[in-house]
Write a protein that binds this ligand. Structure first.
Ligand code: SF4
Ligand code: SF4
Length: 351
């Protein structure tokens, strides 16, 4: 488990045990959930729909054997059921806010009963944008429930009525891979439920999602030119684990994720000019498009790298990148060559 997340979770659980620290524990828990949810947001914003039904680890043991879409569905179906059928005893977000129709999900269950290809088939049917909005709505609703809790509520146990409600909801499949959840949840008090579906369960599945997306990016980059159209080197970029590169559909560069149809303005412009990259463009020196917008800290460095490629070619460029990154990390290299692009070109030439 991610060490930093694990430590944060442990600290929150410790604070939850002390009445005097209860408010602090809930505030830290909602803050931590926000931090974890950001990972899901970046994944949803960064990747094409097809990424959400791929199973790059199909058949292995572990949560990473599922898909990105399944992981989101599963985390938030479980939380929706537990938060509303058990703790708040009101209507689930899935039904209250019509997310069953919006997500186009063929199931109302947690998905525990699905295996192998069925997970990919199910994932393919989901509307990813609506799935994300469902996850967000569940998170926000649970946060409100958490903020209304008092310390004494933590010890509340669940009677047979709760068990009956869960069964009647039909939200937990009768399949043996799923039905055990009812006994598991009903055997806990509110504190125990907070420990699992509201935090630890998120960590485990979000970590699995990171493994899936890292693998998908790696597959996408295989055999693809590692020189980005703006002149950066994808092989040395700090976003390497998140971005499949701007020559693939897995372009998670911020300039792509913020643009219409997730296409970086530099990529779009190069495509329109039918050129390989900005280094082939006669307007490079004065261009202020996309990555070269003056407000972008990396603009000068990228431009200098493009100028270097124009003068010496990609092969020499990759060699100079390798030499620089032997001495410094990505951030430092960008800083060193982040000044006036003519001066930065001179520094590249000297290395
Ligand atoms: S952010 Fe740009 S340089 Fe970095 S990996 Fe993505 S496309 Fe390549
Ligand atoms: S105009 Fe700018 S963005 Fe377009 S190809 Fe030329 S350098 Fe790249």
């Amino acid at each position: 488990m991610d060490k930093n997340w694990s430590e944060k979770n442990k600290e929150i659980q410790k604070l939850l045990s002390k009445e005097a620290a209860f408010d602090e524990a809930i505030s830290k828990l909602t803050g931590f959930r926000e931090e974890l949810f950001q990972q899901i947001t970046w994944i949803v914003e960064g990747y094409p729909d097809k990424a959400f039904y791929q199973m790059p680890f199909a058949g292995v043991n572990g949560y990473h054997s599922k898909t990105l879409a399944y992981s989101i569905w599963h985390i938030f179906r479980i939380e929706d059921i537990v938060a509303h059928e058990m703790i708040a005893e009101d209507e689930q977000i899935l039904f209250r806010e019509k997310f069953l129709e919006k997500t186009a999900s063929p199931i109302i269950t947690t998905g525990n009963e699905l295996e192998g290809e069925k997970i990919a088939e199910f994932s393919k049917k989901l509307n990813v944008k609506e799935l994300y909005l469902y996850a967000k709505a569940v998170k926000e609703s649970s946060d409100r429930i958490l903020l209304q809790l008092q310390y004494k509520d933590l010890k509340r146990k669940f009677s047979d009525d709760a068990r009956q409600r869960l069964i009647e909801s039909k939200c937990i499949s009768e399949d043996e891979n799923a039905f055990w959840l009812i006994d598991y949840w009903c055997g806990k008090d509110v504190k125990g439920l907070i420990q699992m579906p509201f935090s630890r369960h998120w960590i485990m599945h979000i970590e699995a999602m990171q493994r899936i997306k890292n693998r998908l990016c790696k597959i996408a980059r295989k055999g693809i030119d590692p020189v980005a159209v703006c002149g950066l080197s994808c092989n040395h970029c700090f976003l390497g684990a998140w971005c499949g590169g701007c020559r693939t559909e897995y372009n998670a560069c911020s300039f792509a994720t913020c643009s219409e149809d997730r296409i970086c303005p530099n990529v779009k412009c190069c495509n329109e000019k039918n050129i390989d990259g900005c280094y082939e463009c006669s307007e490079l020196e004065t261009c202020e498009k996309g990555f070269f917008v003056p407000s972008n800290d990396g603009a000068n460095a990228a431009k200098a790298q493009s100028l270097y490629i124009r003068k010496y070619g990609k092969k020499e460029f990759m060699k100079v990148q390798a030499r620089l990154h032997e001495k410094y990390d990505f951030q430092k290299v960008q800083e060193i060559i982040g000044q006036d692009h003519k001066e930065a070109l001179r520094i590249l030439e000297e290395n």
